[in-house]
Design a protein. Structure first.
Length: 268
């Protein structure tokens, strides 16, 4: 059996080089996706972000106040071997833009809304959420997109004011938060089409003042609906702050946050 001549050797070398390059590219992309390990909590001040983080990390709600600095802790999730980094970004208007520093490493972005007060401050909450949606829409197609979860939090407080309803408290909270945010985000879309200006979040130089990030599928885009949003799937969960009687460190029970923890576990 004769050996390969110089031409055959050249072609074999080219094929091996292409295969090696393809393998390296595949491994690099896989590593890039797997490095997205952060759970990012964002939302307006007093929504309950820090209390949620402490409950997930320490299995008990710690005394909290309006944060003015980023908090970070490791949390454990069911059936997930390695601890996960969770980061809580303060909701103060001048600080909350710091979420951008962690966005590219996020496996999940959790936007926390106080369901008991959103009817009063819906426009402010929607302004911040709009900035988050814009960040999602700016992700290049070649990069993986984090999961977006909107928490209708403090559903237990909402239930106390609607005790006559037979609808579960968490579903009541989700319905209210979804309806109000869709209404407020649609107002922002309409203000653009009407030529009205809206100040950009944070007021920093170079911020994009045009209203983008609210694109919806369908003829003419229709009105804004999370189900039609072109940025991807949005998950709504109703949660409540766990109380001491809800805590069971051995069993890992965290009361009103169990649905959130299970959803995060599914992502990993």
């Amino acid at each position: 059996m004769t050996g390969l001549d110089s031409t055959q050797t050249f072609y074999v070398s080219c094929v091996l080089a292409v295969l090696l390059l393809s393998l390296m590219t595949f491994l690099a992309r896989r590593k890039s996706k797997s490095s997205k390990n952060t759970v990012l909590f964002v939302g307006a001040s007093d929504a309950g972000k820090t209390a949620i983080l402490s409950s997930l990390a320490f299995h008990q709600p710690l005394p909290t106040h309006a944060s003015l600095q980023t908090n970070s802790s490791l949390i454990t999730l069911p059936n997930v071997k390695q601890p996960v980094q969770a980061v809580d970004i303060p909701g103060h208007p001048r600080i909350r833009v710091q979420y951008r520093d962690y966005f590219n490493d996020a496996k999940a972005v959790i936007f926390v809304v106080d369901a008991s007060t959103v009817s009063r401050n819906g426009s402010t909450v929607a302004e911040y959420l709009h900035e988050i949606l814009r960040s999602f829409m700016s992700i290049p197609p070649s990069q993986s997109t984090p999961a977006l979860i909107i928490l209708a939090h403090k559903s237990d407080l909402l239930a106390s004011t609607t005790s006559s309803s037979n609808t579960p408290a968490d579903q009541l909270a989700v319905n209210r938060v979804r309806t109000i945010l869709e209404r407020e985000l649609e107002k922002r879309r309409q203000s653009q089409s009407g030529g009205m200006g809206i100040e950009s979040l944070g007021g920093g130089e170079g911020d994009n003042t045009e209203i983008s990030g609210l694109e919806c599928s369908g003829v003419g885009g229709g009105v804004f609906k999370f189900s039609d949003w072109e940025g991807g799937e949005v998950t709504f969960l109703g949660t409540s702050a766990p109380r001491e009687k809800d805590q069971d460190e051995k069993a890992g029970n965290i009361g009103g946050l169990e649905s959130l923890r299970q959803r995060l576990s599914d992502l990993y």
